[in-house]
Design a binder for this molecule. Structure first.
Ligand code: SAM
Ligand code: DTB
Ligand code: SF4
Length: 378
């Protein structure tokens, strides 16, 4: 069963035109995508690919609405897994200090703040291989407490078995995040402490318990184009499309084995968002980690390509995310409305002087790196 996504009246385009443009019908939910077909999408000109993706997007969603989720790390660092991208892995020295599970009061405080700023979903992440018996009951209480604030809940706690998934469902959990991260072929280059099949099994337990699945991956880890396309194919060919598909751009963190990974061409990233939109037409595609280093223009193109969800709030789990004022301003400039509505009060009010200092600092930082910058004084 696919979950039903919002459809606005503005989507009532002539379906036959749309089908001609997309080569498929609006209700097409397929789980048999071949790599060759996904490659065909990739080979389209960017204009053609974006047109197709935007057309599918409009058939299934309000094109001017973006869902906002706020993240909180409820247990940080010293993870036993060796994910090469992750600042929280205990295998690498990234300068993070190990922390215990946070107190429920802190979670409630953060969730209330997230709700005030307009987030509709609160996602809690723990640096675990899988939930530990002694901490699990406290996480169940956190889910109940956030749910009681009338927010959607999401957790990401590592591998789950059927029984744990069932308990999460009973606590009222809406979404479970567990990413495939990359293609099955490239996976062992990135993680050796658990297998691709382990990940698929966890997703099966989550689905089996009736929890919505949030599953995606990371781009820019040195994978090939085939790996990127195969990741999207794996996601699209799951027994049900994940209701939420986070597409992360690697945040290359110092101390991790991927600290020097080569940056992906922004157009490659945008193409992957567009392909994900086309092959998983009713899934929310989340423009996830990495927005801090993306230009506003790149993010706007990702929204045009069909991304309709973001992490919202200054912090992801341990790394930076754009500040909320910047995101709200960007939405305003693009005519986008957050799914929960625009907050009535400024979420992080700054004085005019602080605003100006931030703009000056950004302009100052931009100058030396901008090779196109023309200095008339020289
Ligand atoms: N330990 C749990 C797990 O691995 O499922 C939950 C937390 S883990 C940090 C959640 C996801 O964050 C990872 O699967 C990965 O896709 C993403 N992630 C972690 N570090 C990242 C980084 N440096 N850049 C981009 N995405 C990252
Ligand atoms: C996901 O796909 N991205 C989020 C969330 N799921 C849990 C995490 C991004 C983490 C980025 C690195 C950090 O902040 O530690
Ligand atoms: Fe641990 Fe998750 Fe980071 Fe992997 S991604 S090291 S499992 S916190």
């Amino acid at each position: 069963m696919q979950h039903s996504a919002p459809l606005s009246n503005s989507n009532s385009e002539n379906n036959s035109d749309v089908n001609r443009a997309t080569g498929s019908s609006a209700s097409d939910i397929r789980h048999d995508w071949q790599l060759t077909e996904i490659k065909e999408l990739y080979r389209l000109s960017l204009n053609d690919l974006l047109f197709k993706a935007q057309t599918v997007h409009r058939q299934n969603f309000d094109q001017n609405t973006v869902q906002t989720s706020t993240l909180m790390s409820i247990k940080t660092g010293a993870c036993p897994e060796d994910c090469k991208y992750c600042p929280q892995s205990g295998h690498y020295n990234t300068g993070l200090s190990k922390e215990q599970l946070v107190a429920i009061d802190e979670v409630i405080k953060s969730a209330k703040a997230a709700k005030r700023t307009g987030a509709t979903r609160f996602c809690m992440g723990a640096a675990w291989r899988s939930p530990r018996g002694k901490d699990f009951p406290a996480v169940l209480e956190m889910i109940k407490a956030v749910k009681a604030l009338d927010m959607e809940t999401c957790v990401t706690l590592g591998m789950l078995n059927d029984d744990q998934a069932e308990q999460l469902k009973n606590a009222g959990l809406d979404y479970y995040n567990h990413n495939l991260d990359t293609s099955a072929e490239y996976y062992s280059e990135i993680i050796t402490t658990r297998t691709y099949q382990d990940r698929l099994d966890t997703l099966q337990s989550v689905r089996g318990a009736g929890i919505k699945v949030c599953a995606g991956g990371i781009l820019g880890m040195g994978e090939t184009l085939n790996d990127r396309l195969n990741l999207i194919r794996e996601l699209a060919n799951l027994p049900e499309h994940p209701q939420s598909v986070p597409i992360n751009q690697l945040i290359a963190v110092k101390g991790t084995p991927l600290e020097d990974a080569r940056e992906l061409d922004p157009f490659e990233f945008i193409r992957m968002i567009a392909i994900a939109r086309i092959v998983m037409p009713k899934s929310y595609v989340r423009l996830s980690a990495g927005r801090e280093s993306m230009s506003d223009e790149m993010q706007a193109m990702c929204f045009f390509a069909g991304a309709n969800s973001i992490f919202y709030g200054e912090k992801l789990l341990t790394t930076e995310n754009p500040d909320m004022n910047h995101d709200l301003k960007l939405f305003e400039r693009l005519g986008i409305e957050p799914e929960g509505g625009t907050p009535k009060t400024n979420p992080c009010p700054r004085t005019l002087a602080e605003e100006q200092a931030k703009i000056d600092a950004a302009a100052q930082n931009a100058k030396p790196e901008n090779k196109m910058f023309y200095d008339a004084a020289k």
